[in-house]
Design a protein around this ligand. Structure first.
Ligand code: GLN
Length: 187
């Protein structure tokens, strides 16, 4: 795992927390702010935050097109929460952004009263982990090669499609490094 260089998109949101988790795995990480930054990494994490803000900044700096190119070349990408929203080919209300995954995502899907919660999750192939959900989306529909890796209360909260991974929840806000290790191994 050591030797891999992981980028964390650092336009807005919880990028520092992902870097902390990667550091605990002994993995070097870089903050990605320009499209040229994408040339020096083996994999990219798109963090949680505000998907509209991250999306607009990505487009403004031309990073969106370069991420799509890299994804098509096979670079692993992992979106958490807002990152999942940015990866979807379909959204319930808004125009989609990167359109990289065969999933339809509902934003702020858990409603206002239960904006945020923590629960135990069981991930296919990885086992139990703590799931932190913050104004989280869930996946309403998958098709094509998208494979469901975790459901919670009959809602899809983790999907993998070839080199791309999306989670509704925030592993970077827990002490469990299993998902970060899983992603780095994909890289
Ligand atoms: N609700 C946010 C959005 O729609 C995502 C929340 C998060 O990333 N924690 O972008």
């Amino acid at each position: 795992m050591a030797g891999k260089k992981i980028g964390v998109l650092a336009l807005q949101g919880a990028f520092i927390e992902h870097q902390d988790s990667l550091k605990k795995c002994g993995v070097e990480s870089f903050q990605i702010r320009t499209k040229d930054d994408l040339d020096k990494i083996d994999g990219l994490i798109i963090p949680g935050g505000e998907s509209t803000t991250i999306g607009r900044l990505m487009v403004k700096y031309g990073i969106d097109r370069k991420i799509i190119e890299k994804a098509e070349e096979g670079m692993p990408i992992w979106g958490t929460c807002a990152g999942m929203i940015l990866l979807a080919k379909e959204l319930d209300k808004d125009e989609p952004w990167l359109r990289l995954m065969d999933i339809k995502v509902k934003r702020n899907a858990y409603g206002r009263q239960v904006d945020s919660f923590e629960t135990e999750l069981d991930i296919k192939g990885l086992g139990k982990t703590r799931g932190v959900f913050i104004r989280a989306p869930y996946v309403e529909k998958v098709w094509g090669e998208a494979e469901v890796l975790c459901e919670h209360d009959d809602k899809i909260v983790m999907v993998k499609e070839r080199n791309i991974l999306a989670t509704s929840f925030h592993p970077e806000l827990t002490d469990d490094l299993a998902l970060h290790k899983f992603f780095v191994e994909l890289c």
